[in-house]
Design a binder for this molecule. Structure first.
Ligand code: ZN
Length: 175
C-alpha cells in the first residue's frame, strides 16, 4: 500500500485539540473522537511534508507528541492490543511485519480463525461476521496475501478478494 510520510505540525493549539479527545483510564487512554474501521483513532493534522491537512491514526500522533517524528516504514504498535488506546507508554515502534506478527502472537486472529472452524463444523457452511471482515481488511492493509488470509478464515481466496476490494459480501449472524 502506498504510504506518504506524515510530518505533522504539532503546535500547542494542535496538541490541545488532540488532548480533548482522550479519556484516561487507569491503564489505557481511550480515543473518543472519530475512528478508522479497524478501531484506531482518527486525527486530522497539517502535514508539513504534503503542505496540506491529512488524517492519520491518533496513536501515531500520540507517539510523535512524546517522542518526535517517525520514519514512514515504521509502525506504531500497541503493547496493550487495544486499537483506540493512545497512551504513549503502551506504544512501541515496529516494522510492518513486526506489527502483524505481534497481532498474531497475541492470538486475536488465531482466535477468530478457531471460531471460524467451529462455526464451519457446526453448520457445514462458512460464515463471516462483521469482526471477521474488519480483521480481514486490517490483515490486507498490513500486506498479508489474500491466499494466507483465506487459509486463516477457511474461506476461498476469491471471497477474500471480494471483501478487500469492497464488493458486497453476505453477512450471516453467527448462531
Ligand atoms: Zn493501552
Amino acid at each position: 500500500m502506498a504510504y506518504a510520510e506524515v510530518i505533522p505540525l504539532l503546535t500547542k493549539k494542535t496538541i490541545d485539540r488532540f488532548n480533548k479527545y482522550i479519556k484516561k483510564t487507569d491503564s489505557c487512554w481511550l480515543w473518543t473522537g472519530r475512528k478508522f474501521t479497524a478501531g484506531y483513532g482518527m486525527f486530522e493534522i497539517y502535514d508539513l511534508n504534503l503542505g496540506k491537512k491529512r488524517k492519520t491514526t491518533s496513536h501515531r500522533i500520540s507517539w510523535m507528541i512524546k517522542n518526535g517524528t517517525i520514519k514512514r516504514n515504521l509502525f506504531v504498535c500497541h503493547s496493550c492490543d487495544n486499537p483506540p488506546c493512545v497512551n504513549p507508554t503502551h506504544l512501541f515502534v515496529g516494522t510492518q511485519s513486526m506489527n502483524l506478527q505481534d497481532a498474531i502472537a497475541k492470538g486475536r486472529f488465531q482466535n477468530i480463525a478457531r471460531g471460524r472452524q467451529l462455526i464451519g463444523e457446526k453448520n457445514n457452511r462458512t460464515k463471516l461476521t462483521i469482526d471477521d471482515v474488519t480483521a480481514i481488511k486490517v490483515l490486507n492493509s498490513r500486506g498479508m496475501s489474500s491466499l494466507m488470509i483465506s487459509q486463516i478464515f477457511n474461506v476461498s481466496e476469491n471471497c477474500i478478494r471480494r471483501i478487500v476490494s469492497g464488493h458486497s459480501w453476505k453477512y450471516h449472524a453467527a448462531s
